[in-house]
Write a protein that binds this ligand. Structure first.
Ligand SMILES: Cc1ncc(COP(=O)(O)O)c(C=O)c1O
Length: 457
């Protein structure tokens, strides 16, 4: 195997050496020279044979792992992914996707290659060994107390939110959090303002609680609060993503934050603040969350670990006003937290031992780099990217029917989404939504942008 790679590894080549190795390995897999499930030489051995630095081979392996051609199996080594088939010359991420591997541009995912899985496994293993027989009983309905304490500390330092652990309710994901809010505070017929365009997967939760969904348009300052007040003055709830509006990425302006708080206070309503990816901001100073300005105590704050750690955890949380703790606790008995205790304990340790901070710091750097790669690659292909200060997705303006364009892109294996699909009633301009988090190299970003151009031209 190594001998067939050797001739192409050259320092004078226009392509970096690690990519030369990656290309050759891909070719060997496509040609059937390396079959699914076969073990590759260790990076040390391969580096010795090729006369390159071990890091160069590691980079090549890492790139192919990210693209789904290879998989790492801890100490057992690096293997050709079992689901990869020979004979494919197309990029792995289009045709040879191992199950669950992200498609190019796939939204809603953090960078899977950058999560410290070994550290995570160690913390979880230690937790498991430390568990006692008393950990076998029914867990607390509002979530594990050490995790509620760790979230309280994190919010105090990173988001200027002053709360007590009893105000924190852990839930199995954001939808479960919204279900708990609806069951505790809403009655059938209550109106809720929702951002239009906005996160569509939450709408069924409020519909199921027989609430009335009001679409409030979003502009470059976030939700148009004036519009909500004039069109739906009697609504009792408003759900917003003030840090980075989902999906447009704009921040809710300070004026509108105050306007909103005044409205909920005067109306005895509730503001649900979805702070889901506020950890990722690349320039400009972030505005503090509305919860930190919540004098009237009308804000329910919602956070999730889906973007800051990983979505398979299914762990989110609420911070509720002190006066509502009793009501939420009672309803939590009927909608108890179903996130497994071991997962909750592991997250708590990850936070308390400082790994979470370090991980976020690393991810901010990683995402700001990947974002720039994709922005440049799209610009080179003539696409019109809307500038955003944060978040883990991008929006491009497009002329014409965005759904039709997305349909074409999807046929080419690209997991972009149409802005129109996120709208409720609004008729604004068309857009294509995409994420950059799993584009692990500049070359990959360029290739994906090129494929997108080819697919939708
Ligand atoms: C706007 C918004 N809020 C919240 C979430 C978090 O959802 P969950 O905790 O269910 O993964 C997401 C996930 O994509 C989202 O886009």
């Amino acid at each position: 195997m190594a001998s067939s790679i050797e001739p192409i590894v050259s320092a004078h080549h226009a392509i970096p050496r690690y990519q030369q190795i990656a290309r050759k390995l891909k070719q060997a897999i496509s040609d059937g020279e390396l079959v699914a499930g076969s073990r590759l030489p260790s990076s040390r051995t391969m580096a010795l044979e090729l006369g390159v630095a071990r890091a160069t081979v590691e980079n090549a392996y890492g790139e192919l792992v990210a693209q789904g051609w290879l998989e790492r199996r801890g100490q057992a080594g690096t293997f050709v992914s079992p689901s990869v088939t020979s004979g494919a010359n197309n990029p792995a991420f289009v045709t040879n996707q191992p199950q669950g591997a992200p498609l190019p541009f796939q939204m809603g995912l953090p960078a899977l290659d950058a999560f410290p899985r070994v550290l995570w496994a160690r913390i979880m293993g230690r937790r498991l060994r430390l568990q006692t027989r008393y950990d076998l009983v029914m867990p607390e309905a509002n979530g594990e107390s050490t995790l509620r304490q760790a979230i309280t500390d994190y919010l105090r330092f990173s988001r200027s939110i002053d709360c007590q652990p009893e105000q924190v309710f852990i839930t199995a994901g954001f939808q479960a959090a919204m279900r708990l809010v609806a069951h505790t505070l809403a009655k059938p017929g209550d109106g809720i303002w929702l951002e239009d365009p906005g996160y569509r997967y939450v709408r069924p939760v409020f519909a199921e609680a027989q609430m009335v969904l009001h679409a409030v348009p979003v502009d470059e300052e976030g939700m148009q609060i004036d519009y909500g007040i004039s069109h739906f003055p009697d609504a009792r709830f408003a759900l917003l993503t003030p840090a980075h509006q989902s999906p447009l990425g704009v921040a809710l302006s300070l004026t509108r934050r105050h306007q909103l708080l005044d409205w909920v206070a005067a109306n005895q309503g509730w503001l649900i603040e979805d702070d889901y990816d506020s950890e990722f901001r690349y320039h400009g100073k972030p505005l503090p969350p509305i919860k930190s300005l919540d004098g009237p105590q009308r804000v329910i704050y919602a956070g999730t670990f889906s973007k800051s750690l990983f979505p398979a955890l299914r762990v989110a949380w609420l911070v509720v006003p002190q006066q509502q703790v009793e009501a939420f606790s009672q309803h939590a008995h009927f909608l108890p937290c179903t996130a497994p205790l071991l997962i909750q304990q592991t997250i708590a340790d990850f936070l308390r031992e400082g790994h979470f901070w370090r991980h976020l710091k690393k991810m901010r750097l990683c995402y700001s780099e990947r974002r720039v790669w994709l922005e440049h690659a799209l610009a080179q292909q003539g696409f019109d990217v809307v500038p955003q200060a944060g978040g883990i997705q991008l929006v491009m303006r497009v002329n014409g029917d965005d759904r039709a364009l997305v349909e074409k892109a999807r046929k080419a294996g690209l997991a972009v989404q149409a802005l129109s699909d996120w709208r409720m009633v609004s008729q604004g301009e068309g857009g294509i939504l995409m994420s950059f988090t799993n584009l692990t190299s500049q070359a990959m970003a360029h290739q994906a942008a090129k494929q997108l151009r080819m697919a939708i031209s």
